[in-house]
Design a protein around this ligand. Structure first.
Ligand SMILES: [Zn+2]
Length: 381
């Protein structure tokens, strides 16, 4: 998720640079005046939660002033709803989290200490499913829960920060300077260990909140691809260490003990399988085509994750009649009740006569899968 976070800093933080000059001046002045800072060190660590919240708020104000916040209720409500569903299962619920969309076509996301989470408008186009967006937000919440930026500030900028906090303690805190310190820490990027930790946290929240278990994996593949195609912005969610391949490997390590089925795998010919093993053999569904901006493997992962969610929801039994198709002129969406499972495109329908006929064929296979799952769970009881 790092690539995104990095983007912001390089292109847009000339503002931060300017603030940095002011900040340096403040620190110099404080030193000159002989201000002492030891009184701000609290038992909870160098930076207390209250101070963390202050700093985060200051940084958030600067970021919002710089980019502007998108005012589109449909979009912002979606981001807020997904974000809060993750907060409900995270390990630091006492903070007040906010989720906002920054009005820029840049593709990135970032988190300020204290719980201000931002996605850039440009990112949303690439994250059409709630699960994918949840993976990004979960990763960012993970940074807040684990106080990564705060620790970074504590480690690298202790002296300067104490100067700022002295100001906060005395009620004379310089909001600009505080925000800049946070911006600087964000720009410096997270450590390898912090990024891996945020991935793990995000994965955990997504799973607990009921999103596709493959959401984080799908999002990582996508970010990797975007970084290759458009260039890696190098900060934020695109922060490039550990290497994307390594992050994807780590994600597979988290997934494998969970024995999530069905699973998706690549075919030698470039297509992909969704597959589940049953007593009477493998059930398989093949995705051959790249469509809707996603390659066959993405699409297979999306479907496999959605089918896992169907199993989770249908405690007793999956109703094979609850798979439904909604047809549009250029595609057909397959649902299980209100859960979207798969989108069939024109490319998929070659040899079927129509998109609807192709979707019908998929639904037939999904009904067979449902019956097999029901049979298996009956045997297990
Ligand atoms: Zn990150």
């Amino acid at each position: 998720m790092q690539a995104l976070e990095i983007l912001l800093m390089e292109n847009n933080f000339s503002v931060a640079f300017h603030v940095k000059q002011i900040f340096k001046l403040i620190v110099t002045l404080c030193c000159f005046l002989g201000v002492t800072f030891s009184s701000t060190v609290t038992e909870a660590g160098v930076i207390s939660e209250k101070q963390e919240i202050e700093m985060g708020k200051a940084a958030a104000e600067q970021i919002e002033a710089h980019y502007g916040v998108l005012n589109d209720p449909m979009v912002t409500e979606r981001v807020e709803r997904i974000g809060q569903s993750l907060v409900a299962v995270c390990g630091r619920k006492n903070l007040t989290y906010t989720f906002k969309v920054l009005n820029t076509e840049d593709v990135n996301a970032l988190a300020c200490p204290g719980g201000h989470i931002y996605v850039f408008k440009g990112l949303l186009d690439f994250m059409p499913s709630d699960g994918e967006l949840a993976a990004v937000l979960g990763h960012e919440i993970g940074h807040v829960v684990k106080r990564h930026t705060v620790h970074q500030i504590e480690k690298n900028m202790l002296t300067q920060m104490l100067a700022i906090l002295a100001g906060v303690a005395s009620g004379n805190g310089d909001v600009m300077a505080m925000g800049m310190v946070v911006s600087d820490a964000l720009a410096a990027g997270y450590s390898r260990a912090d990024e891996s930790a945020a991935d793990r946290e995000g994965f955990d929240y997504c799973l607990k909140a009921g999103y596709s278990p493959y959401a984080m994996l799908i999002t990582m593949h996508k970010l990797q691809e975007m970084a290759e195609r458009y260039g890696n912005p190098g900060w934020g969610i695109f922060d490039s260490h550990p290497e994307p391949e390594k992050r994807i490997q780590n994600m597979h390590k988290l997934l494998s003990p969970l024995k999530i089925t069905p699973n998706a795998s690549k075919k030698a010919d470039g297509g992909a399988f969704v597959r589940e093993n049953f007593a009477d053999g493998d059930w398989e569904l093949v995705v051959r085509e790249t469509a809707g901006g996603n390659d066959p493997y993405y699409r297979a992962e999306l479907l496999a994750g959605a089918l896992y969610q169907v199993k989770q929801r249908a405690k007793e039994k999956i109703d094979p009649t609850h798979f439904i198709v909604f047809e549009a002129p250029d595609k057909a969406k397959i649902y299980y009740e209100d859960m979207q499972l798969f989108v069939v495109y024109r490319q998929d329908a070659a040899g079927f006569g129509s998109i609807g006929a192709c979707a019908g064929d998929y639904v037939e296979k999904l009904r067979i899968w449902a019956e097999k799952v029901n049979e298996k769970s009956k045997l297990q009881k």
